[in-house]
Ligand binder design. Structure first.
Ligand SMILES: C[S@@+](CC[C@H](N)C(=O)[O-])C[C@H]1O[C@@H](n2cnc3c(N)ncnc32)[C@H](O)[C@@H]1O
Ligand code: SF4
Length: 401
């Protein structure tokens, strides 16, 4: 039986000063001097977009908000403030609601962080990537390591104590010692959270077409990951997801809600939402809906607030739900409770009995009472473990493709 799940709000702000050659996010370059992004019109569009989605979440409270990009820190605090005021007039924000803003250190200005805080932002996520100036250059970043340090300190001086630093590893020209130095520089800034991503060559990026020289091979990348994981643990950052490490109690509530297969509204160009809709009278079980918005900022701006801005709606049919659930839950060290599987997919636990047994046999998952959690091997080979659930087994025991 589908339950009522925690609700988050994702807000996509799609512009960057310069497009990084490794990045496949929906982010579009604008250059200073040719006029900045249309901040005010975009906030109007976001609020109109939210109005269209509101009937899907009547009466529910929002537990986290995440401004992602692109580079949300390009937006003046006044624009973020106007959006948050408009959103909180339309939706109830739960007490203690986590509100994160992604920030590129190259866009940090004195005074701006105070204003973000006044607007209600209580968590900043910095795209640091590396503290090595050579690596930063090869990654096409707009800032150097000194600016990264300074930006984090500005945020701390403004009273932010809930900070995440994004680092990437297996960078062109990076040795294990360099990756470890990046971590030490991050620790010195005393963040609450570190995201540690392996650089991937995403299709449709400059790096996919022209891979940079000096990329560590698979073994070297694994070596860096293992050593860094140990160093993060020693420094008090517990790994709770494949790439996410936090001090006690400082996990990212917003991302945890995704990984626990919670519900979220997605507004802004190209944003995706996932919502569990209760059953109408006589309609049976209820539905899980995915909705996404038009990707290109200009199209989105022109259409937001009308049905045309919705890029698509699709239901997650019962047969796909085990895979979609595992795609998220098996990234988490804590795994999931079978009970949560039932309320979040609307399926009985028997629906995954066969693939679960195969994953246990393979040494990827362990079951203890109601809990299922990945082993070390299960986290390392998460994609293989998850793919076992591509073929679900129905409640009556029949296997569906
Ligand atoms: C939307 S960006 C964060 C904020 C801001 N745009 C910035 O880059 O400073 C999200 C994060 O994803 C990570 N990321 C982006 N592309 C990646 C790739 N190809 N491989 C690994 N991590 C990547 C980076 O660490 C980046 O900070
Ligand atoms: S600044 Fe961030 S979102 Fe923008 S292109 Fe670079 S990695 Fe992508």
């Amino acid at each position: 039986m589908l339950g009522l799940l925690p609700l988050s709000l994702y807000v996509h702000l799609p512009w960057c000063v310069r497009k990084c050659p490794y990045c496949d996010f929906n982010s579009h370059e604008y250059r200073d001097g040719r006029g900045g992004p249309p901040f005010e019109a975009y906030v109007d569009a976001l609020l109109a977009d939210l109005d269209v989605d509101l009937p899907l979440v009547w009466g529910r409270s929002v537990h986290s908000v995440f401004f992602g990009g692109g580079t949300p820190s390009l937006f003046p605090a006044a624009a973020i403030d106007r959006f948050l005021q408009g959103a909180s007039a339309r939706l109830r924000f739960a007490p203690g609601c986590e509100i994160t803003l992604e920030t590129n250190p190259g866009t940090a200005e004195h005074g701006r962080f105070e204003d973000y805080r006044r607007a209600g932002v209580n968590r900043i996520s910095f795209g640091i990537q590396s503290f090595d100036d050579g690596c930063l250059q090869r990654l096409g970043r707009i800032h150097d390591s000194g600016q990264a340090d300074a930006a984090v300190k500005l945020a701390q001086d403004a009273g932010f104590d809930n900070l995440n630093l994004d680092l990437m590893y297996a960078l062109p020209g990076q040795t294990l010692a360099m990756a470890e130095r990046d971590l030490e520089r991050a620790f010195a800034l005393q963040p609450a959270h570190i995201s540690h991503y392996q650089l991937t060559l995403e299709p449709n990026t400059v790096f996919a077409v022209r891979p940079p020289a000096g990329l560590p091979d698979e073994d070297a990348a694994w070596d860096i990951q293992e050593h860094c994981q140990a160093r993060l643990a020693e420094a008090g950052f517990a790994q709770y997801e494949i790439s996410a490490y936090a001090r006690p109690g400082r996990q990212c509530a917003h991302n945890l809600n995704y990984w626990r297969f919670g519900d979220y509204l997605g507004i802004g160009a190209g944003a995706h939402g996932k919502l569990t809709l209760p059953a109408a009278e006589g309609e049976g079980e209820g539905r899980i809906l995915r909705r996404w918005k038009h990707k290109h900022p200009a199209t989105y701006l022109a259409q937001a607030g009308t049905a045309a801005a919705i890029g698509g709606d699709s239901e997650i049919p019962p047969a796909q739900r085990p895979f979609e659930f595992m795609l998220n839950a098996l990234r988490l060290r804590e795994g999931f409770a079978l009970n949560a599987f039932e309320t979040r997919t609307g399926l009985p636990r028997s629906a995954i009995a066969a693939p679960l047994a195969r994953a246990v046999d393979a040494g990827w998952l362990v079951v203890a009472g109601d809990r299922v959690a990945p082993t070390e091997a299960g986290l390392r080979f998460a994609n293989d473990a998850i793919s076992l659930f591509l073929t679900g087994e129905d409640a009556d025991g029949t296997v569906s493709a």
